[in-house]
Design a binder for this molecule. Structure first.
Ligand code: ZN
Length: 203
């Protein structure tokens, strides 16, 4: 199983990191070692002093496919979730500056939180989902999927040009503004609308 992650999919987050607005989605992969096991705390790795939370809406692929047209993309997933793309920002910055791949900053053990899933049928419009992240009970990230530069079905069309989508793969659809550092003893809770989908202790 692979995690296909989208970068810079919300304009406000692009501004925050002073990135250019892309003409194509930024895509990277996290390997399955990155999945944080259920009910486990997240341990800040010793190679970083600046691990950031990025809350993201997730899509779980339920059907094998490649070169999927966006018109048919909805047939390839039944559930919507919420997760965190943990990022060692200091290490990512160093790698970016050298033009090197980001995996060490993005795909380390535990760097992908996958919360509980909700049936797609719970939502009237997938392009109007409110989601948020609380750190120690205070909202730090809050957005709506209508702010995505590339919508869910467009992302499936785009990434499936390059990667065969397999059953169980998860797409991380990008983070909105408000990313920030986590420290030991923080508690992160993620919500779609008013439903809590994960709760993670930082160690
Ligand atoms: Zn991300």
């Amino acid at each position: 199983m692979k995690l296909i992650c989208i970068g810079r999919n919300y304009t406000d987050h692009i501004k925050e990191l002073e990135n250019e607005k892309p003409t194509d989605p930024v895509v990277f992969i996290k390997a399955d070692n990155a999945v944080l096991l259920k009910k486990q705390p997240f341990f800040i790795p010793d190679f970083s002093n600046d691990v950031h939370h990025e809350v993201e809406v997730l899509i779980k692929i339920t059907k094998l496919g490649k070169h999927i047209d966006k018109k048919f993309a909805h047939r390839y997933y039944n559930e919507i979730g919420l997760g965190i793309d943990f990022t060692a920002r200091d290490l990512q910055k160093q790698l970016k500056e050298k033009g090197l791949p980001w995996e060490k900053a993005k795909s380390f053990d535990g760097a992908a939180v996958i919360g509980n899933w909700l049936p797609k049928s719970d939502f009237e419009d997938l392009n109007a989902i409110n989601f948020s992240l609380k750190k120690n009970n205070e909202v730090v990230q809050s957005a709506n999927t209508n702010l995505m530069l590339w919508k869910i079905d467009e992302l499936i069309e785009y990434v499936s040009k390059y990667f065969t989508l397999k059953i169980g793969d998860v797409i991380f659809t990008g983070t909105p503004a408000g990313v920030g550092k986590v420290v030991a003893n923080d508690k992160l809770t993620g919500y779609i609308e008013d439903k809590e989908l994960f709760s993670i202790n930082i160690k």
